[in-house]
Design a protein around this ligand. Sequence first.
Ligand code: SF4
Length: 78
Amino acid sequence: MGTKKITVCHKRNDCIGCGSCSLVAPDRWQMNEEDGKADLKDGEWKGDEFVVAKINEEEYTKNKEAADACPVGIIRVD
Ligand code: SF4
């Protein structure tokens, strides 16, 4: 109660590996050394296009910044 549910959604296959999200929000985003794309920490695949994670309100601003920083617009925070 009182805690808003916030979802971060990453269209991972379209990630170009620029690294911006991991610079802005390193607590939640990490670059994958094998394929060079970003990984949403503690995220789960939904279908084969999106990785999603629930975050708390304290993380909202940073992840919103990550979404704004993403040059291909594949991070959504709702
Ligand atoms: S900012 Fe976007 S394109 Fe860049 S690494 Fe993160 S998800 Fe991928």
